[in-house]
Design a protein around this ligand. Structure first.
Ligand SMILES: CC(C)(COP(=O)(O)OP(=O)(O)OC[C@H]1O[C@@H](n2cnc3c(N)ncnc32)[C@H](O)[C@@H]1OP(=O)(O)O)[C@@H](O)C(=O)NCCC(=O)NCCSC(=O)C[C@@H](O)CCCCCCCCCCCCC(=O)O
Length: 746
């Protein structure tokens, strides 16, 4: 029996030796089962799994050394504990001084062993976990395991030989796909790709031990992946050019996918040792990059939003969600259909209500085909009768939860909530899919305001990952917890936010859009503004995005708010409620230019519904005339000003939202912006970006722009932003302390 490595606690590293006797000969025969797990997670509901920490790596190195040096040991099986092989490197270690044995020589020594080493994979083999398995001579996996090299999603590349061994094992095209996307594959796909040697439904370790016995003494020459050559390909150059174009198009400005392509190219063109050198060099450029920091921050931020809290003290860990088996959707327009699909995909039974016969008929056709497409994409099946359709609200009498998705009109929504309050069971949760209306007001229309919350979906609702769960003043903790849990069940990232106009996302977006309009007044063009934002990493600039979502949407809201009055002339045309206002969007709508759907907006399209935006001379003339009419002298505006004006004002509103407690922490805002508004993930989200840029700089630029535009009050740095700077600009993970101190003084 081997002893645990000194200085390793039992819960950190477990290793045991199993003596197995060959049945026929009865000769002593031993395998080493190295448990490469577990770091317990301090999360009651999570399973235990391991990420390589220094002590784990040390443990593996020592154990493998002893196993290989022990004549009694004939083969080695490496497995995890508690059903998980290995989730890869401990990401938290990256920010600190790294210690302990490095992974590359550790895996190299395993591969060089003269005894068969078998990886027994259960749960996950990700990142460095899969790289370890690739260093083994055989890989046996449970059918439910997931495998992958997700380093690219953390701004890195698989630098423990992953970029060199995987292409040698499964070929360049398949390896490029896995390494540049970071996607996880099922055991079945991994077997088909050739990553695995065998997949089992039974006890993986038992199967691996049996297998390890069966190959004892066999030659390992053909089993060391580093000695393989990549399968030859006829046109390597165009393959890599195509791969480069693809990754550049998928995440503009992201450096890790580009480095991944370069590393795989090295595998395809260089001997293994030189390829490893190239892998190391490329990793060194990524490792300390801002993008790696941003992506690793975002990895934890995504998880942090699940630990929600509200200013009234409701929390994720003390609030019990209610079971939801049957749900209803009221209103089957675009949003309602998407929500119906998302609920059905989550396995709920759904009552879909639409009072307009024509719309109902169309929905009855559209929803099943959306479900079918989703099932094909996700390889799932859907119970066709999980959705029932009705023309009357009475059909929702027995559901556990209703999501209202009627037209964005307060009077109409009020009526629906009054009806629902009468028709539904007294404990039914009533949710509204509004994008900006007052949730408290809607709650006041019902008998149980504590059971009312907002569920703000993003279009298309069955595809977009973000869900803002909006708690009102009287929403009960159970109501919030139920909506959050339902969001998770639908595969969404649910973020709890307070009730205010536009909630967190749209409230910030309003400021961003306004600045973009002001920039046009001052001399910019839609092309210039969009180019700056797209080069920053947004998939679409603000004007292309408006054309896609429809200019009439914002126009309707501005009209309802009494803002869109184009009959005003002179200076009052560009001022509303004492603040600068740009009527440009309203004027375009008056010309019938609603964006892609009308074939004209900020750009022109070849036909209504066309997708390809082309510069429009009409629009440029229109802007010239508009400026001349208002005595505006166009000036040269550079990309930096576009970014600062549009992004810093959005960030400033984010600080205001934090100050007011509408969002509990910066991670919430960042998750909303990355998942709902196309903020480039490799920039971590707007609040993380502010931290990277430096809070002093954000304040300084905002102040300067405010001086230049004194009638734009929200260019003034928010109180929280100023306080953070006064507190020495602490790093983002400490902002909550400053916010908490302030709230506790209120
Ligand atoms: C594993 C999962 C699939 C589990 O999912 P599940 O849903 O069950 O659970 P959660 O996702 O909620 O996670 C629970 C809990 O665990 C935390 N966590 C998850 N993964 C990690 C991790 N890898 N490290 C640390 N912590 C982790 C998570 O945050 C949750 O806790 P919380 O408190 O937040 O609730 C799923 O979690 C998952 O997919 N995880 C990520 C897996 C992954 O991405 N793995 C890859 C890691 S990177 C890696 O392995 C790199 C390797 O290639 C090794 C490379 C060699 C490195 C060498 C360094 C050389 C540096 C050279 C440069 C030097 C230059 C110079 O200085 O000069």
């Amino acid at each position: 029996m081997y002893n645990l490595p000194t200085n390793t606690k039992k819960w950190q590293f477990d290793i045991f030796l199993k003596k197995i006797f060959k049945k026929k000969t009865d000769a002593p025969f031993a395998q080493l089962l190295i448990n490469v797990h577990p770091l317990p997670l301090f999360h009651v509901k999570s399973p235990i799994f391991l990420f390589y920490s220094a002590s784990v790596r040390q443990g593996i190195v020592d154990s493998v050394k002893r196993a290989l040096g022990d004549q009694k040991v004939k083969s080695v099986v490496i497995c995890g504990q508690n059903g998980v092989f290995c989730g890869g490197a401990d990401i938290r270690e990256f920010g600190r001084q790294m210690s302990g044995p490095p992974l590359v020589p550790m895996i190299h020594d395993i591969e060089a062993a003269n005894k068969p080493v078998v990886a027994a994979i259960e749960g996950s083999a990700l990142g460095g976990g899969l790289e370890l398995a690739l260093g083994c001579h055989y890989r046996i996996s449970h059918s439910k395991a997931k495998l992958g090299l997700p380093e690219v999603t953390l701004g890195l590349l698989p630098a423990a030989g992953g970029t060199q061994r995987l292409p040698r094992l499964i070929g360049v095209p398949a390896a490029l796909n896995l390494i540049t996307t970071g996607r996880h594959v099922t055991a079945a796909e991994a077997l088909q790709l050739g990553i695995l040697d065998h997949v089992t439904e039974h006890n993986t370790v038992d199967v691996a031990v049996k297998f390890a016995l069966s190959v004892t003494g066999e030659s390992l020459d053909g089993r060391r992946i580093s000695s393989f050559s990549c399968a030859p390909l006829s046109d390597l150059d165009s393959l890599f050019e195509e791969a480069m174009l693809k990754v550049r198009g998928a995440a503009r400005g992201a450096i890790a996918p580009v480095a991944c392509v370069q590393a795989v190219r090295a595998a395809a063109t260089l001997p293994y040792a030189q390829g490893m050198e190239r892998e190391k060099e490329l990793m060194a450029t990524l490792f300390h990059s801002g993008q790696a920091r941003a992506l690793q921050y975002f990895f934890f931020a995504q998880r942090a939003v699940g630990r929600w809290s509200t200013p009234s003290g409701a929390r994720w860990d003390t609030s019990q969600p209610r079971p939801v088996r049957k749900a209803a959707v009221i209103g089957l327009g675009t949003m309602g259909r998407g929500i119906t699909v998302a609920l059905a995909q989550a396995g709920l039974s759904v009552v879909a209500v639409e009072t307009h016969a024509k719309q109902l008929m169309e929905a009855k056709k559209a929803v099943p085909s959306m479900l079918k497409r989703g099932a094909v994409r996700g390889g799932t099946t859907i119970e066709p009768d999980s959705i029932t359709y009705s023309e009357t609200v009475q059909a929702v009498a027995d559901v556990d939860l209703v999501i209202e998705a009627v037209f964005e009109d307060m009077a109409l929504k009020e009526k629906v909530f009054q009806q629902l309050s009468i028709v539904c069971k007294p404990d039914t949760l009533l949710c509204t899919n509004t994008s900006s209306l007052d949730v408290d007001h809607l709650a006041s229309q019902t008998r149980h305001p504590e059971l009312v919350v907002g569920m703000h979906f993003f279009a298309p609702a069955h595809v977009m990952k973000l869900l803002e769960v909006v708690y009102g003043r009287r929403s009960s903790p159970a109501a919030v917890a139920t909506a959050m849990q339902l969001g998770k069940k639908m595969g969404k990232v649910s973020v709890a936010v307070g009730n205010c106009r536009g909630f967190a996302g749209n409230r910030m977006l309003k400021r961003y859009l306004e600045q973009a309009f002001f920039l046009l007044e001052e001399g910019a063009t839609p092309e210039l503004v969009d180019r700056a934002l797209e080069e920053f990493g947004f998939p679409m600039g603000v004007f292309r995005m408006s054309d896609l979502s429809g200019l009439d949407v914002g126009w309707r809201v501005r009209k309802a708010d009494g803002l869109a009055d184009t009959s005003l002339t002179g200076t009052s045309a560009r001022v509303r409620q004492g603040c600068r206002y740009s009527p440009l969007g309203d004027l375009l709508c008056e010309h019938g230019r609603f964006g892609q759907k009308t074939g004209r907006g900020w750009y022109q399209y070849d036909k209504p519904g066309g997708r390809v935006a082309k510069s429009d001379p009409w629009l440029h003339n229109f802007l010239d005339e508009y400026r001349a009419r208002h005595g505006l002298v166009p000036r040269c505006i550079d990309q930096q000003e576009v970014l600062e004006r549009c992004l810093f004002v959005l960030i400033n509103e984010g600080f205001q939202i934090l100050e007011e407690g509408i969002a509990a922490g910066p991670e919430d805002i960042d998750a909303i912006y990355v998942f709902g508004y196309g903020w480039p993930r490799h920039r971590g989200g707007p609040m993380f970006y502010a931290d990277m840029v430096g809070l002093e700089r954000v304040v300084e630029r905002l102040e300067r722009y405010h001086q230049a535009h004194p009638n734009v009050p929200y260019l003034q740095p928010s109180g929280l932003l100023r306080r953070l700077v006064a507190n020495g600009s602490p790093p983002i993970h400490k902002w909550r302390n400053v916010i908490k101190n302030r709230n506790s003084q209120l």
